[in-house]
Design a protein around this ligand. Structure first.
Ligand SMILES: [Zn+2]
Length: 430
């Protein structure tokens, strides 16, 4: 993997001049890079060749961002199917498998190919945001198991020259102790878990501003960052480094520090916001799916549909950068939910409960408790079932399949859920 870089090497990773080009010049520059990228992808990734051939499009037809509309969007669901039909990467990998630095598995299941370029993107994000800085002691409080979250941040922080405390998730009291004893300057985590650590610290009698050395925290992955950001800043005096990343494409957009949305990471990809039904690019401030085409020689996904709904603006940002910004994440489309920082496919819910015949019907109700996601499971059962044993079995199974436990389980008599009901009832943003 990448080694620690010095200040000069880090600065050269981010060419600031490119980020301040007039919009028309930027489009032309990106169009040129896109043309090269699709040409490479067509020649090296059989799945990309098939997408072009099936659509009757040649790589030479793609000269500007608008031309991408000629190609279909590959959804997360389609990627799952392509990978199942042709494991492990569905024909998108364009280098030998053993040349990859990391291979992750994200819920779907989807295999995620990570080369050095994805780490560079994350480093670039940190450098652009100006934090964390070399010399920071950073507690990475996010999952290290299969999914990229913890390890990719660790890889990027290593390159940056930070000291990493790989704390993972859970054991909040221990995390508070580590934060205190190690004088950590930053927490990289999902904002709701960072908030849980800070609340726990207060419960334990600490004053976060006085007793800790904490200066920064990260956002990302969660829709209520806008609310939490204010609390982090005002109540705890923390600076929030926020960006947009997914397991499949890595960090692709980032906040310049003004909290005005996530600038597209032009160095790493082309971002489009498209109508999920037509695949056509929407206008500024209209709702659409975030679709990413990676500049990658390793895993060249073309028009990959992230499943995240958002809008964008191309109004100039007062930071001087011209790259448009994802204004905010509005939710998810299709058969997925994002809860407690995890991405869960509806198929995985069915798979978990298919091995629990005592649960006749299930419904997951998602609520917000302050800043935290809460999952209540409504489970229809026959009378006389041992609720304690079944509760344990449910949590063991859901943890196994999609790494989450239920906060509350409500047992309902058979027939209680209506004929037509949603398996997931998301009340968090109602
Ligand atoms: Zn900006």
């Amino acid at each position: 993997m990448l080694r620690r870089l010095n200040a000069k090497q880090l600065a050269s990773l981010c060419d600031d001049s490119k980020e301040r080009m007039p919009l028309a010049e930027r489009e032309e520059w990106l169009g040129g890079r896109l043309a090269k990228q699709v040409n490479y992808a067509y020649r090296h990734a059989p799945a990309v060749k098939k997408i072009f051939d099936d659509a009757g499009v040649s790589p030479r037809h793609i000269r500007k961002i608008k031309d991408l509309e000629r190609l279909p969007v590959t959804t997360k669901d389609q990627l799952v199917k392509l990978q199942q039909a042709n494991p492990p990467f569905g024909g998108f990998l364009s280098v030998p498998l053993n040349s990859l630095g990391r291979i992750y598995v994200s819920p779907g299941p989807i295999y995620d190919a990570w080369g050095e370029e994805r780490i560079k993107c994350a480093v670039r994000g940190f450098v652009r945001m100006g934090l964390p800085k070399p010399g920071d002691v950073v507690m990475v409080s996010t999952a290290y198991h299969m999914v990229p979250a913890g390890l990719f941040m660790t890889d990027a922080l290593d390159v940056l020259g930070c000291t990493v405390v790989p704390a993972g998730i859970g054991q909040t009291e221990m995390q508070v102790k580590m934060l205190h004893d190690l004088k950590a300057t930053a927490i990289c985590s999902f904002p709701s878990f960072t908030m849980s650590i800070l609340k726990k610290a207060e419960e334990m009698g600490y004053d976060v501003r006085k007793d800790f050395n904490l200066k920064y925290t990260t956002g990302g992955g969660e829709r209520h960052i806008q609310v939490l950001r204010k609390v982090f800043e005002e109540q705890y005096g923390l600076v929030v480094a926020d960006g947009y990343a997914t397991a499949d494409v890595g960090s692709v957009a980032w906040d310049c520090g003004l909290g005005q949305g996530y600038h597209y990471g032009d160095a790493e990809c082309v971002i489009e916001i498209v109508d999920p039904h037509t695949g056509k690019q929407v206008k500024p401030l209209e709702e659409g799916e975030i679709v990413v085409t990676l500049f990658s020689n390793v895993y060249p996904l073309i028009r990959f549909g992230t499943g995240d709904l958002a809008s964008y603006t191309d109004e100039p940002c007062s930071c001087g950068r011209t790259a448009p910004r994802v204004t905010k994440i509005l939710g998810m489309i299709g058969e997925h939910i994002r809860v407690k920082g995890m991405f869960v496919h509806m198929k995985e819910l069915d798979e978990a409960f298919s091995k629990l015949p005592e649960v006749l019907k299930y419904q997951m109700v998602l609520k917000l408790d302050g800043h935290k996601d809460q999952i209540t499971l409504n489970a229809e059962t026959e009378p006389g079932v041992d609720r304690k044993v079944l509760s344990q079995a449910i949590n063991q199974r859901t943890q196994e399949v999609f790494k989450l436990r239920m906060d509350t389980i409500e047992f309902l008599p058979k027939g209680k859920l209506p004929q037509e009901y949603k398996k997931v009832l998301d009340t968090r943003w109602a």
